[in-house]
Each structure stands twice: as C-alpha cells, then as structure tokens.
Design a binder for this molecule. Structure first.
Ligand code: MF3
Ligand code: CO
Ligand code: CO
Length: 271
C-alpha cells in the first residue's frame, strides 16, 4: 500500500474540517462527563462513546487502531490511577479516591479530533489532586507559551520548567508524546513534553494541527506496558499519573484550541 505523506500545513478548507472534528469530539466529552462517577463501570463509558459517535455518523478512532500490531479493542482509552495512558475499558467500577483519564478521538468526515481529561472521583488524596492540577496547568501554560513559527521545544521547556519549580518530586513522562493530527490519528511532528534534540529542530507553522497531552507522574517517570493486553501503560512504582489533552490549530497570528468543552474545567480551574 502506498501512503502519501500528509501535508502538515492545512488549507482554509482543511482547517474548517479540523475545527469541525474538534468541536464534535468536545461535545462527546461533555456528553460522557456526567457518567464519570463512582459506581460506573469503565466499559459503560466506552459504550456511551461508541453509541454517541455512531449516532452522529462518525467513527471512534481508537477502535481497532493499529490493526497490524494488536488492534485496540475499545472506542476510547480509560486510564485509572497508576495507568499513565492507553487503559482499556473493562469491568472495573470507579470508586471514590480514583483519578480517571478518559481519552477520546473521533474521526469526523475523515479528520481527527483528540482530547482527554482526568476526572476526580469523590474525595481524592492531596497527591492525586496535585498531579491532576499540575497536568492541567502545564497544558495551558504550554498552550499560552507557543507562537507561530516557534520551536516545538517551547512546549517541553515550559512544562518541565513549571513542574520542576512547582513540584520537584513529580515527573514529566517522556516516553509517550503528543503528535501531529489531521487525516491521520498520529503524524509528524512528535510533540514531546520534555525538550528533546529533535524538538529544537522542528517548528510549529501556521496551519499545523497537533496535540499537547502532558502525563505527570507523582513518582518515577518509568513505565511498563502490560504484556498480556499489549496496551495498558502503568507507572513502574504504582504511583498515580494524570493527563489532559487538547488538539491545537496553529494560525498565522495565534492559535485555536479546537477541543475546548462547554462544561469541563476552564483555564484557571482549581480541582
Ligand atoms: N488518544 C491517544 C492519544 O492521545 C491514543 C490512543 S491510541 C489507542 O494519542 F489505540 F490506544 F486508542
Ligand atoms: Co488522545
Ligand atoms: Co493524542
């Protein structure tokens, strides 16, 4: 199969397609929000994602993703407590004290919208609340720091500077990264949340779409991927991890966050 490299700088019409995909994905997040509470089984959230997406004529991008390795079996990722990312919805029932990330990606008329939020279930530990706040704040600090034509490394620099200063014991995950997005779910450029050599060489150009999705760990940044299911990524020390994600469109004179929700935490929110 011949795959053409997607053009990274979108035309005005293509930008509209991405806006539309982001808008739908955010509406889906607002739709599932009330169900993310104690007593809900994670598979039920997945069913809601699947049904709502299909009812609107769209496709859940996670379902069957990477069919050539081990296809992801569900329509969204649900990552509880020590799961950093790529948790598979299943029989687990959410309970007070949990922090749970729901990561949803929709394909709308061929274009992808991708975002995630971490939800606090009932009263959670101070540490769990602090990493959730830290991940949320670091995402918006990075969004506010980037400018058209700036280097991708501004994102990693901003996040690491903030976390190091505010919570020296927390870690920024470097193994899993944000990504370019468009007609492909994952494409160039990589968007690491720590500065890397490659990220200094890459620039955020007008018309580019990409995600920022910092994963912050309460302890070590080291992780292990579940050998049995091939997907679930957990912290090596069993401590909590939190993540937020938005899809961003860089413009000639600023940027747009394509996946802002109506009912979710707004910039400046205190958890
Ligand atoms: N939504 C994730 C991201 O932010 C990717 C999930 S891939 C899946 O990039 F196959 F696990 F769904
Ligand atoms: Co995602
Ligand atoms: Co993503």
């Amino acid at each position: 199969m011949i795959r053409r490299r997607p053009r990274l700088q979108l035309t005005d019409q293509e930008r509209e397609m991405m806006r539309n995909a982001g808008r739908f994905n955010a509406k889906l997040m607002d739709h599932l929000r009330p169900f993310v509470c104690a007593g809900t089984v994670t598979e039920d959230i997945d069913r809601i994602v699947h049904a709502y997406t299909l009812d609107h004529g769209h496709i859940p991008a996670c379902l069957g993703y990477r069919g050539d390795v081990k296809p992801f079996p569900k329509s969204c990722c649900i990552s509880v407590n020590d799961v950093i990312c790529h948790g598979i919805p299943g029989h687990y029932e959410l309970q007070p004290g949990d922090i749970v990330n729901v990561d949803i990606t929709s394909i709308v008329d061929g274009w992808h919208g991708d975002q995630s939020e971490t939800f606090l279930i009932g009263d959670v530990s101070e540490e769990a609340r602090a990493i959730t706040q830290c991940s949320f704040d670091s995402l918006f600090l990075a969004i506010n720091a980037i400018r058209p034509e700036c280097s991708v490394a501004v994102i990693g620099e901003t996040i690491v500077d903030y976390v190091k200063k505010k919570h020296p014991s927390f870690g920024v995950v470097d193994r899993y990264v944000g990504h370019g997005i468009g007609i492909r779910f994952h494409q160039r450029p990589n968007i690491p949340h720590v500065p890397t050599r490659q990220s200094y060489q890459e620039r955020l150009l007008p018309g580019m779409c990409f995600t920022i999705e910092p994963m912050i760990n309460a302890g070590t940044v080291h992780s292990k991927c579940d050998a049995a299911d091939g997907w679930t990524v957990r912290t090596a020390d069993g401590k909590f991890s939190a993540q937020f994600e938005h899809t961003i469109l860089m413009l000639e004179d600023g940027l747009e966050v394509l996946t802002l929700t109506k009912d979710g935490p707004q910039p400046g929110h205190r958890f």
